[in-house]
Design a protein around this ligand. Structure first.
Ligand code: ZN
Length: 289
């Protein structure tokens, strides 16, 4: 059976093809910049896929030219001041003073949701084309496998804002520490090919092959028994946590929020005065010099 959403209104589309669910970020006009509306819609779509016994594997992808340009820091749909029905027991961030505002918000929508998605009991594959930047990285990294097209690129340029990487600090588990430092210090694009060499992505294929290759991989995984897949995923995820992934993330989350608070104290802005356009401009300038 195929279930499909309405592509004209939804920021996340949900479709089931056989035993594979396709979850599509759908703000192509903003390169799938992730606002809270999208985050909660993603959470609902993943819940739907986990609840459906027919679904064995979940693919996460982005509509349009890019996988995701990151967190929404400048589209007309930016909704950081809005309350949503939360998926954790964290209290609402809206109207909280000082550092508490972002600390509560990011616990819920970034760190909390990403960990929840990373531990979904079904295998997930990120299908990445074009840009996968900062907040976009978190979405690809929470997936078990990453298939990228040749034109895909990855970057985390938030050190420019004075912040030590995105909220889900998996950098030193996705890349070896020296490469992670290069990735963060320079904030430059890492090509799909280099990400493949570093072991951060599983496959690199042409843009034309991307969907079919990812679907075919998902269908082959779907032939394995459900519980076998779940136990295997849990084994690897738990092993990563024993290697320090979870506690590293908790520790860096504190540094991350010290940086937000420092920015607010020194410049009056939690992001150090950068919105999406200012970030893109300064990245371009840095590459030229
Ligand atoms: Zn943050």
């Amino acid at each position: 059976m195929t279930v499909q959403d309405n592509p004209s209104t939804d920021v996340v589309l949900y479709e089931v093809r056989g035993d594979v669910a396709l979850v599509t970020m759908h703000r192509p006009e903003y390169h799938n910049a992730q606002n809270s509306q999208m985050t909660y819609a993603l959470d609902a779509a993943f819940r739907r896929a986990c609840d459906d016994d027919e679904v064995k594997v979940i693919i996460l992808r982005g509509a349009g030219r890019h996988f995701s340009a990151g967190h929404d820091i400048g589209t007309p749909g930016r909704d950081v001041q809005q309350s949503f029905e939360r998926s954790s027991l964290w209290y609402d961030h809206v109207n909280k003073p000082g550092g508490e505002f972002l600390y509560a918000r990011e616990h819920e929508v970034y760190l909390g949701m990403c960990r929840r998605w990373r531990d979904m009991p079904k295998p997930t594959i990120a299908m990445v084309q074009g840009a996968c930047i900062a907040g976009g990285l978190m979405l690809a990294w929470v997936c078990d496998l990453i298939v990228a097209s040749e034109d895909a690129y990855f970057s985390d340029p938030v050190v420019r804002m004075g912040i030590p990487g995105v909220e889900y600090f998996a950098h030193v588990h996705e890349l070896n520490p020296r490469i992670a430092k290069e990735f963060l210090f320079l904030g430059e694009r890492m090509s799909a090919e280099r990400a493949y060499q570093m072991g951060m992505v599983n496959r690199v294929v042409t843009r034309e092959q991307l969907e079919e290759h990812t679907l075919s991989m998902a269908r082959r995984i779907a032939q394995m028994p459900r519980l076998g897949l779940q136990l295997t995923k849990q084994a690897v995820n738990n092993a990563e946590d024993l290697m320090g992934k979870r506690s590293t993330m908790d520790m860096v989350f504190g540094l991350h929020h010290f940086a937000h608070a420092h920015n607010e104290l020194t410049s009056g802005d939690k992001l150090g005065g950068y919105d999406a356009k200012a970030m893109a401009d300064s990245q371009r300038k840095a590459v030229k010099s």
